[in-house]
Write a protein that binds this ligand. Structure first.
Ligand code: E4P
Length: 294
């Protein structure tokens, strides 16, 4: 078990309460959890229902998601459980907000995940005065993180922004550089947005996230078990991160941009092909697993 808790909060990236419990036993604590539609579809009980030939109605899917997060909720610490709205490219902010309001009532420690799109940010902007805690997911750029900051100004609760490291790496760009750039940019802000490093693929990503000083990181159980098996290494002052892809190719560096966090969120260039691809992937994974038609 881990003897000294890292400064960065550790969340489990998954959709199975039993797995969360196993991680908790292995490392001694779990600060929080992130879920997404794809991860929920992989939940063993849902998989069993599917294997028995039963497809789920939209209401049953929602009920299952609720049951799963209600089981996870008491297992985790103060970083809460992130629940993602079902959104495709055409979902409006109002539709996301309606879902977000309902999901927020499921558990006392919910964070609602909205995608980092115009509609997702509008939903987040409307959520803040309603005191709905938010986590803006599928973030791939410093501009998007600036827009998250500007759209959620005034939030009494910490807002999470989730940059996806692994998917940037898959795209040939250095995901760790993006979180470092966002961290540097937020030094000029009021601290209301916390960086939640996501899409962690291996222990080096985890260590580099610690070294970058992010407030939170969400990690698949497999990577946490690997970290435990290595006796919980932590980055020291000699730690250096090797920016290479899983196949060993060097990753492109992403330069820092000077951005003014006081500008309106609509003024930032939030378009990113990986955000759209991510929305489509969540919808496709979920529908194909649960055998729903579009
Ligand atoms: C967390 O909120 C994300 O949904 C997750 O980290 C995505 O990871 P992936 O890129 O491995 O799917």
């Amino acid at each position: 078990m881990l003897t000294k808790k890292p400064k960065t909060k550790i969340l489990v990236d998954g959709g199975d309460p039993q797995e969360t419990l196993r991680v908790k036993r292995t490392i001694g604590f779990v600060d929080g959890q992130t879920t997404n539609p794809g991860l929920i579809a992989k939940n063993p009980e849902i998989q069993q229902r599917i294997a028995s030939g039963r497809s789920l109605s939209a209401q049953e899917e929602k009920d299952e998601y609720k049951t799963i997060v209600q089981a996870i909720s008491p297992l985790v610490g103060d970083a809460g459980v992130s629940i993602e709205v079902f959104a495709d490219i055409g979902t409006t902010a109002e539709e996301m907000l309606t879902q977000g309001e309902e999901m927020f009532s499921w558990i006392p420690n919910a964070y609602i995940k909205y995608p980092c799109t115009r509609e997702g940010l509008r939903a987040a902007e409307m959520s803040v005065p309603r005191q709905i805690r938010v986590n803006i997911t599928l973030c791939f750029s410093q501009d998007q993180a600036a827009a998250v900051y500007a759209a959620t100004k005034g939030s009494k609760e910490p807002v999470y922004v989730s940059p996806f490291i692994g998917r940037l790496d898959d795209h040939g760009e250095d995901g760790i550089e993006v979180i470092k750039n966002i961290k540097k940019m937020y030094r000029n802000g009021d601290g209301h947005v916390h960086i939640l490093a996501a899409s962690i693929r291996h222990v080096d990503h985890l260590l580099a996230s610690f070294a970058a000083g992010v407030e939170l990181t969400t990690v698949p159980a497999k990577v946490l078990v690997e970290w435990a098996a290595k006796a919980f290494p932590m980055p020291d002052q000699d730690f250096s991160y090797k920016a290479v892809s899983v196949s060993g190719e060097p990753l492109r560096a992403i330069p820092y941009k000077e951005l003014d966090l006081n500008l309106p969120w609509q003024s930032f260039d939030i378009a990113h092909e990986l955000t759209n691809a991510g929305i489509q992937k969540f919808v496709a994974d979920y529908r194909s697993t649960l055998r729903r038609s579009a």
